[in-house]
Structure formats: structure tokens, C-alpha cells
Design a protein around this ligand. Structure first.
Ligand code: ACO
Length: 337
């Protein structure tokens, strides 16, 4: 586990100057799901906090969602796509095996000067990406970047499996990061980690090199996400608590200094349980899973955008992003907005 980022010259800071999000218009309610599998609104809501989720149509792809979120973030930042230096898309539901989803976004935006690549760290992908881009900007190698979390998880959902199909939704969130000199704000710190011994807790096995498309699958359900919900639940709470504690300790912050903790929205009960262990007051924990379900890498930037646009987060506020996901992976960033 990588514990600490190096302390660098405060001259170059990676500042979030814009944010945006986009979800498809089609909504699937718990009542709709109760007509598809043996479940109920009461069961789903009491176990997960989810009420509705957004679903892409056949025509809507991950790059489309990512591009729409990116346009909104660029508009907020007042930055032309042509001036972007880098586009990173965090996703586990890419446009295709290759090229990267980020290249499709680059083309759609006309961001001719940007290099572009994807990050596959599942639900932690956005937090991982911010950590990387932060280093490039502080080192002076990059002036600006778009970091996007974008997912179309409902395209790899098994709609016959009631234990998983209730959880997921589609959407995208984006932030613009810019190098500012002596800004006195920006990304302050990140902590990230992974433990591949738990890969079986969350996965989608077809069609990588282990189960290539050229060979029939031993189990046709390998085209869908498989989760071991209980195992994920317990680990997620522990990793979120540890990552937030690490952030507070490293930055010398108390909970009073923090305006908001934005967790990956995997289950409202997981977030509430972690918040309780951290003694975080309710008003400092943002939850919007009721409207979107679990959108993996997209959930933190969608939640951040919602907070900013509804003035729950203001300029100068200290915000902690935290995530846990398949791999297993986890991470957190401390931002002075
Ligand atoms: N409706 C009704 N009953 C259900 C449903 C459903 N949708 N799903 C499962 N059940 C039943 C099970 O069959 C089981 O019945 P049994 O006792 O007769 O065998 C019972 O409910 C309990 O099943 P569990 O899987 O133990 O239910 P649990 O209370 O753990 O809740 C849940 C399941 C909501 C998935 C929970 O474990 C969870 O949120 N886990 C973590 C989230 C997660 O895995 N997210 C995956 C995304 S990856 C990420 O974001 C990190």
C-alpha cells in the first residue's frame, strides 16, 4: 500500500476549476425491478438506500456519457477543449476493448493537444486518477487535465440475479484540474492501496485473456458482474475508515476542518456505518445513492458536482473523496476546493 505522497513545492498546485456530470434520462425504479425479479422496494431501500437508478439506451455509450459530463466541467472552468493537456477516463465499462474511452472523448471534444488514456481501478478509479494527475501537475509537466469517471454498468448487469441487479446505475462525472501558482488551494494529499488476493469478491471475467472470446465460456454468467456482497460490505467499511483517518492524520486536520466527505456510493448503509465509526456528523456525509444506485468510478464526481451546484461545498472548503472497489482497491483525496 502506498502510504504517503511526497511533499512538494507549494508553487504548483493542482486546483479543481470545474466540475460536471451527466446521467441518461431513462429511470428504473425499485418497483420496476420488483416486476423483473423476486424483490421489493422495501428490501432494496432498507438494505442499500437505493430508490432509482439511470439506465443508458442501446445507443448511449460510456464515451457519450463521459463527453457530456466533460463538456459541463469545461464550461464551468471556462476552459476550451483545445487547451486541454490530458484526458483520463476511469471506467470498468469502456467503450470497447481498445482504443481507450479517453480517446473517444478526446475526439468528441476536439481536444487536439491532449494525450488520453483510461484507468481501470473499478470504483476507486476516479480517486486513483486524481492522485496521478495531481503528481503530473505539481511536477510542472502538465497545465490542465480532465479527469472523468464514467460507467455503463447496466450493460454488464445480470437482470436475473436479484442480489446484484438492484445495485447498479449508469452515469458520468468530470472535473477539470489546472495548474495554478501559489493558489493556496488544490489537491493536498492522496492515499491509495490495493489487495489483489480479494479479486473474487467483485469481478466480470469475460472476455479478457483468461476467458477469451475465441473460447466458449464454462459459465455463461461470466459475462456479467459477480459480487460477494457480504465480503465487500465488511472490507469497504474498514478501508473507508482507514483511508479517511490517514487523510486527517497526514494533513493534521480534525473533523471540524472538513466541510464534506464524499464517499463512493456503493451502499448507503456502508457509508453510514463508516461515518459512525469516524464520528462524522450527518451533515458532513453526502449521500445521493437513492437517485443513482452504484455508478462505480462515476459516483464520486457525480456527487461532488451535485454538492458544488447546490452550494453544499463552497470555494475554500476542505473536502475528502474516498472510494473502495473491485481489485480490491481503495483510496482517498483531500481537496481544498
Ligand atoms: N431482494 C430480496 N431478497 C434478496 C435480494 C433482493 N434483491 N438479494 C438477496 N436477497 C436475499 C438473499 O437471497 C438471502 O436470502 P436467504 O437468507 O434466504 O439466503 C438474503 O436476502 C440475504 O442475502 P445477502 O446477500 O446476505 O444480503 P445482504 O444483507 O448482505 O445485502 C447487499 C446484500 C445489499 C448486496 C449487501 O451485501 C451489499 O450492499 N454489499 C456491498 C455492496 C456491493 O457489493 N456492491 C457491489 C459493487 S462494487 C463496489 O461498489 C464496491
Amino acid at each position: 500500500m502506498e502510504k504517503k505522497t511526497e511533499d512538494r513545492s507549494p508553487t504548483n498546485r493542482a486546483v479543481i476549476t470545474g466540475c460536471g456530470s451527466f446521467v441518461p434520462s431513462k429511470i428504473l425504479t425499485n418497483e420496476d425491478l420488483a416486476r423483473m425479479v423476486d424483490t421489493s422496494d422495501e428490501w432494496i431501500n432498507s438494505r442499500t438506500g437505493i430508490k432509482t437508478r439511470h439506465l443508458t439506451s442501446d445507443e448511449e455509450s460510456t464515451a457519450y456519457l463521459a463527453t457530456e459530463a466533460a463538456k459541463r466541467a469545461l464550461q464551468y472552468a471556462g476552459l476550451d477543449a483545445e487547451d486541454l493537456g490530458l484526458i483520463v477516463v476511469a471506467t470498468i465499462t469502456p467503450e470497447m476493448v481498445f482504443p481507450s474511452t479517453a480517446c473517444f472523448v478526446q475526439q468528441a471534444l476536439g481536444a487536439k493537444k491532449a494525450w488520453a488514456f483510461d484507468i481501470g481501478a473499478a470504483c476507486s478509479g476516479f480517486v486513483y486518477s486524481l492522485h496521478l494527475v495531481h503528481q503530473l501537475i505539481e511536477n510542472g509537466r502538465l497545465d490542465s487535465a480532465l479527469v472523468i469517471g464514467a460507467e455503463t454498468l447496466t450493460k454488464i448487469t445480470n437482470w436475473k440475479d436479484r442480489s446484484s441487479c438492484i445495485l447498479f446505475g449508469d452515469g458520468a462525472g468530470a472535473v477539470v484540474l489546472q495548474r495554478k501558482q501559489n493558489a493556496g488551494r488544490g489537491i493536498l494529499y492522496s492515499t491509495v492501496g490495493a489487495d489483489g488476493t480479494f479479486w473474487e469478491a467483485l469481478n466480470c471475467q469475460a472476455y479478457g485473456s483468461r476467458h477469451p472470446v475465441s473460447r466458449p465460456l464454462d459459465n455463461p454468467d461470466k459475462v456479467y458482474m459477480q459480487i460477494k456482497g457480504r465480503e465487500v460490505y465488511q472490507q469497504a467499511v474498514r478501508r473507508i475508515v482507514d483511508a479517511v483517518t490517514d487523510c486527517l492524520e497526514h494533513c493534521g486536520l480534525t473533523l471540524d476542518d472538513v466541510a464534506m466527505v464524499i464517499s463512493h456510493q456503493m451502499n448507503a448503509r456502508i457509508i453510514e456505518s463508516a461515518a459512525k465509526r469516524l464520528n462524522l456528523p450527518e451533515e458532513k456525509v453526502f449521500i445521493n445513492i437513492q437517485n443513482y444506485g452504484n455508478t462505480s468510478a462515476a459516483s464520486v464526481p457525480i456527487a461532488f458536482d451535485e454538492c458544488v451546484r447546490h452550494s453544499k461545498i463552497k470555494k475554500g472548503d476542505i473536502v475528502i473523496f474516498v472510494a473502495f472497489g473491485a481489485g480490491v482497491t481503495w483510496g482517498a483525496n483531500v481537496i481544498e476546493f
